[in-house]
Ligand binder design. Structure first.
Ligand SMILES: [Zn+2]
Length: 58
């Protein structure tokens, strides 16, 4: 599983593998905890990337 995480500090989107319950934002270095509702999970990296592209396109 892959998750698209929405950083609460800089609103940056990044992709992580759903192995760890927290991650570090690659843009601002903020530690982001993966809470239910704070991320979107996808089965494949391709789906996660497609979702991220859609989010950025808005
Ligand atoms: Zn950030």
């Amino acid at each position: 599983m892959y998750v698209v995480v929405d950083c609460p500090r800089c609103r940056g989107l990044f992709i992580k593998k759903l192995e760890w319950r927290s991650g570090t934002c690659p843009y601002c270095g903020c530690r982001v905890r993966l809470r239910p509702g704070a991320y979107r999970a996808f089965k494949s990296l391709g789906e996660a990337r497609a979702f991220m592209v859609r989010m950025r396109g808005r």
